[in-house]
Design a protein. Structure first.
Length: 69
């Protein structure tokens, strides 16, 4: 599992449902959002965006909520 540091928060990849992973947004040591991909293509896109330095503000969490840090 991997973690991506951003200014003021980090995103931590955790096991979720077999090979599908969830991405926890952690701010000040507390999980404030969970990004839950609905399939492997979405999971791969999330990882690629995070690897490219994307900020998660404005992303949908997979449950219809918008992330605001």
């Amino acid at each position: 599992m991997k973690a991506w540091a951003r200014e003021g928060y980090q995103v931590v990849e955790i096991p979720f449902d077999h090979d599908l992973h969830q991405f926890m947004v952690v701010q000040d040591g507390e999980a404030v959002h969970a990004i839950t991909p609905w399939d492997f293509d979405t999971q791969d896109r999330i990882i690629a965006d995070l690897n490219a330095g994307a900020d998660v503000n404005g992303w949908e969490d997979g449950m219809g909520n918008t992330i605001s840090i």
